[in-house]
Design a protein around this ligand. Structure first.
Ligand SMILES: Cc1cc2nc3c(=O)[nH]c(=O)nc-3n(C[C@H](O)[C@H](O)[C@H](O)COP(=O)(O)OP(=O)(O)OC[C@H]3O[C@@H](n4cnc5c(N)ncnc54)[C@H](O)[C@@H]3O)c2cc1C
Length: 563
């Protein structure tokens, strides 16, 4: 079979017989590697079956951020009075919002097209298939075939939505992020399956547009890879905005119920039926092999992803893979960096992909951005760590902007003062994290950051102040209470967090929290022991737990008064 294809291929006389590189997939992994390879003097062909820019420009990063900007404008209008502005009446036009988003993505996609021309990268519209190393067949939408010969191949075919084994996912009204970005009208209610980045971003968008939103997450908290304290605070802020968040909760099935959908959810002790107009499946993405017959070619996989080494090489010489298809960190900037690394290695440079300082952003409202280790990871890996925080409320620029929610949290090695992690919750966190990424890449110490003059008044000063807490004391922090304290009703541990906590971060039990005034520093270290400790209220019923907890709290307050 493959000999016939090869013979045909040779007969079809490739127009570019001596390509240095053919890239399959024109997303941020593929098109960036094409440009880099062209800069390095290679003759490059880029194959794309759909639109240039891939998921990122057309169905991911850019369209969601265009909608988030609309949501932010709406939030500002709603808060106009705080700024002394009366907005008597306002309304929005959903089709116009979607049109704006489409114009932005079209503009960027055609920008990529221009970049390809400017760099003399030949773009072929069609589906690429590797016949064998060095030979690729492209099938256009019109059914025309072309065979291309090349010295190297980069597979950059991206990812697709992860399907879950939930009955009813095929019902009308159950959508993925692709359809959510092309809705013609807004639903009244939406249940989002998955409290990861995509789920949380859509929750913010639809809530701002007046949709009743519930996020169902099967794990104990949303945004699991992010620092626990930051996600717990974000959870409170999202709940304050009216987004319902159900954690430790699984979707068991979806049924049609007249015009609506009925979603059966369950947690450890009970099941509940939720009615909704739309269900958005946002439970993650899986590498997309783009119909490339990896088995026949002998390309090794790591579960569903293409296995690569640090140079982005597969096990087949001359075949590389980058981006979501290698399944390391599914982010556009990671895909692009991997693409650059692959292009450089193809030209004979010896460069390795380094994932230690990858910034991770969640465009929620407020935003979350982080780089490096979380507090939990740092404590596991290092015995000597120091944590410092600085709240947005103590920053002049944030106050002026009315963006006082949030904080910068810095984790550093207390011996070397090298930064281990930077975590930001607050306005423009995604822009502020660049400093953290640079610091971690340069292996900067807290002193080096403190000695860097930060312009005033800027949000960036929050980072400088937080880092100052590693070397000494932040200048502007005195007198600001940023750690309300809570007591778990089950295990009795004290935890610092915001107003409402869903589960105790230590014993994961519910119910949780009573505000009290115990000095947290005494028990701080115990919190990280993370063992499931004896539940000394185990034998008590819920009502009794509440009574007991109230009594405990009263006792503590009395004691405090006496002191
Ligand atoms: C809703 C959403 C929001 C997101 N927001 C962000 C964000 O804010 N920041 C961020 O960093 N990341 C974000 N991401 C993730 C980001 O979009 C991806 O990590 C990124 O697009 C991966 O780039 P890639 O080049 O690997 O693949 P893709 O962008 O998926 O591109 C792959 C391309 O390959 C093409 N292709 C596939 N098979 C073939 C074939 N056989 N022949 C020819 N062409 C083929 C596809 O048509 C596609 O255009 C988001 C994702 C989603 C879904």
């Amino acid at each position: 079979m493959s000999t016939i294809i090869l013979e045909n291929a040779l007969n079809e006389l490739p127009r570019f017989p001596d390509n240095d590189l053919v890239i399959i997939g024109g997303g941020p992994g593929g098109y960036v590697s094409a440009i880099k390879a062209a800069h390095l003097g290679l003759k490059v062909v880029l194959l794309e079956k759909d639109k240039l820019g891939g998921v990122c420009l057309n169905k991911g990063c850019i369209p969601t951020k265009a909608l988030i900007s609309t949501a932010e404008v709406l939030n500002h209008i709603q808060r106009a009075e705080e700024f002394g502005i009366q907005v008597k009446d306002y309304s929005f036009d959903f089709p116009a919002i979607m049109k704006r988003k489409d114009q932005i993505t079209r503009r960027l996609s055609s920008g990529v097209e221009q970049l390809m021309k400017a760099n003399q990268v030949r773009v072929i519209r069609g589906k690429g298939q590797i016949v064998e190393p060095g030979t690729i067949e492209v099938l256009s939408a019109e059914g025309q075939k072309e065979v291309i010969k090349t010295r190297n191949i980069i597979i950059a075919t991206g990812s697709s939505v992860m399907k879950l084994p939930i009955p009813g996912l095929d019902l009308e009204g159950v959508i993925t992020s692709d359809e959510a970005l092309s809705l013609s009208e807004l639903p009244s209610k939406m249940i989002i399956i998955g409290g990861g980045v995509v789920g949380i971003e859509f929750a913010g968008i639809f809530k701002a547009l007046g949709v009743e939103v519930t996020v169902v997450e099967m794990l104990p908290r949303i945004l699991l890879p992010i620092d626990e304290e930051i996600t717990l605070r974000l959870t409170q802020l999202l709940k304050k905005r009216g987004i319902e968040i159900l954690t430790d909760c699984k979707v068991k099935g979806i049924k049609k119920n007249n015009q609506n959908l009925e979603v059966l959810v369950s947690n450890s002790d009970r099941e509940k039926k939720l009615e909704t107009e739309k269900v958005l499946l946002a439970a993650g993405r899986v590498p997309e092999l783009g119909n490339i017959d990896v088995q026949r070619l002998g390309i090794e996989l790591d579960r569903k992803a293409i296995k690569v080494d640090e140079k982005m090489r597969t096990n087949i010489p001359s075949i590389y893979a980058v981006g979501d298809v290698v399944g390391k960190i599914m982010l556009a900037h990671v895909a692009s960096q991997e693409g650059i690394i692959a292009a450089e290695n193809i030209t004979g440079k010896e460069v390795l992909m380094d994932y230690r300082a990858v910034p991770n952003c969640v465009f929620s409202m407020p935003e979350v951005a982080s780089v490096g280790l979380t507090e939990e990871e740092s404590r596991k890996e290092n015995s000597n760590i120091k944590v410092s925080k600085f709240p947005f409320i103590a920053n002049g620029k944030a106050l002026g902007m009315g963006e006082t929610e949030g904080m910068v949290k810095i984790i550093a090695n207390s011996d070397t003062l090298k930064l281990l992690g930077v975590h930001i919750l607050g306005a423009h966190a995604s822009d502020l994290i660049a400093e953290g990424a640079l610091a971690l890449t340069m292996e900067a110490t807290a002193e080096e950051i403190v000695n860097t003059i930060h312009a005033h008044p800027t949000l960036a000063e929050t980072t400088a102040e937080a880092v100052e807490g590693i070397t000494g004391k932040p200048i502007h922090r005195e007198g600001i209470e940023m750690d309300p304290r809570y007591r778990c009703l089950n295990c009795g541990r004290i935890w610092r967090s915001g107003e409402i906590m869903v589960v105790c971060p230590v014993c994961r039990s519910k119910p949780i929290k009573i505000k009290d005034g115990v000095d947290i520093r005494e028990v701080e270290d115990q919190i990280y022991q993370k063992k499931r400790h004896p539940r000394y209220f185990d034998n008590l019923k819920k009502g009794q737990i509440k009574k007991k907890a109230k009594a405990m709290n009263r006792e503590r307050l009395d004691q405090k008064k006496k002191i």
